[in-house]
Design a binder for this molecule. Structure first.
Ligand SMILES: *Cc1c(COP(=O)(O)O)cnc(C)c1O
Length: 357
């Protein structure tokens, strides 16, 4: 039996998108691929509000998150850490042999513009990483305010992970001045995993061109050279790119404004449901994510039992990530989800635990 996914990634994939993946194969050096690639990257530029280069990498998000470090970190990197994925990005930065500091916030807290300003004012850094939407804690950091601070530090590469937020709300990459915006497709974008999209500003490409030790697979310069021919350095996951082509069509058919409004509505709906049952939200309301809700287990319910029984009933449920497992639970509301889907989950939860009715 398929368990319907309410975990924050991978998420449910629409049947028409899955079907698109079974299209007959083409060669990536054939003109058919160049057409597909050109169409998809054009759509992505529209979605991301950017005129920068948009590249497609065959890997999960961390491939490019590591690649961005290898291409863009010269002197020293400030890794802003407020959850499991941003902590790991700091680890990755160090493992790439780069000088880096973790600027840490308690789990459940956002990255703040003040902390960014304070760290970068030291003049120690030529690059920074942050995660817009920390999926481990359900926190969305104030990207617009941080971007305003970043304007004061034009020499610092602004590298942002939008894995679990891109397409769920407006993230205008160029207006925000993001040098490299990275997202894996299995979360807010709602495709099967294995493909990562990233942008590179002119400044980023210039930095990369002079960087030692970029490696090959994620070398931004290789991506740029191949992009001139609507192509990729290595054989891409063509089936997933077909899927992306279909998903972009679906996204634009729904309309961006409507897609953002649907996500805002679902976020309100889930927050209302959990708080209405006596659970407290893990982040402060104004930093709560628009794509998933991380709730404290304020009623001390047995989350392991709930997860198991929901599994038997056909629902995949998340009982917290890493060090906050069991103390929190997370409900995803991203991608193609609707209120009807959430109602199914809520109904199943109440059947298992009638005291939550
Ligand atoms: C899931 C996730 C990642 C990890 O991505 P992989 O595709 O597993 O490499 C990174 N960042 C965020 C914010 C995520 O939610």
């Amino acid at each position: 039996m398929h368990k319907k996914l309410f975990i924050p990634g991978p998420v449910e994939v629409h049947q028409s998108v899955l079907t698109a993946m079974s299209a007959p194969m083409i060669g990536h050096r054939m003109k058919e691929y160049a057409e597909l690639h050109g169409r998809v990257t054009t759509g992505l530029k529209k979605l991301m509000f950017t005129n920068d280069r948009v590249f497609l990498a065959t890997s999960s998000a961390f491939g490019v998150m590591e690649g961005a470090i290898r291409n863009l970190v010269g002197k020293r990197c400030a890794n802003f850490c407020n959850g499991a994925f941003s902590d790991k990005w700091h680890e990755v930065t160090l493992r790439c042999g780069k000088q880096a500091d973790a600027i840490r916030f308690d789990w459940g807290k956002p990255v703040t513009p003040q902390a960014v300003e304070q760290a970068l004012s030291t003049g120690k850094y030529d690059s920074m990483t942050m995660i817009h939407n920390e999926t481990s804690t359900g926190v969305m950091s104030p990207l617009k305010e941080i971007a305003e601070v970043m304007r004061k530090f034009p020499e610092v590469m602004f590298i942002v992970d939008t894995v679990s937020s891109m397409s769920a709300l407006k993230i205008p990459v160029d207006d925000l001045g993001i040098d490299s915006c990275i997202f894996g497709v299995q979360k807010a974008f709602a495709l099967p995993p294995g493909l990562t999209v990233f942008t590179a500003s002119e400044k980023a490409l210039h930095r990369a061109a002079g960087m030692e030790g970029r490696g090959y697979y994620f070398d931004f310069m290789e991506f740029a050279a191949n992009d001139d021919k609507d192509n990729t350095p290595s054989t891409p996951c063509i089936s997933l790119i077909y899927a992306m082509d279909t998903q972009l069509e679906r996204i634009f058919a729904e309309g961006l404004e409507k897609r953002w409004a649907r996500h805002a509505d679902l976020a309100d709906y889930v927050r209302g449901w959990v708080t209405g049952r006596g659970f407290e939200l893990f982040p402060e309301l104004r930093y709560c994510s628009q794509t998933l809700t991380c709730s404290q287990n304020s009623r001390s319910i047995d989350l392991a039992v709930l997860k198991k029984k929901l599994g038997e009933a056909g629902f995949a449920f998340d009982d917290g990530y890493g060090k906050i497992k069991g103390e929190t639970f997370r409900i995803a509301h991203m991608g193609d989800m609707t209120r009807t889907d959430l109602d199914e989950l809520f109904c199943a939860i109440i059947t298992i635990m009638p005291e939550l009715a």
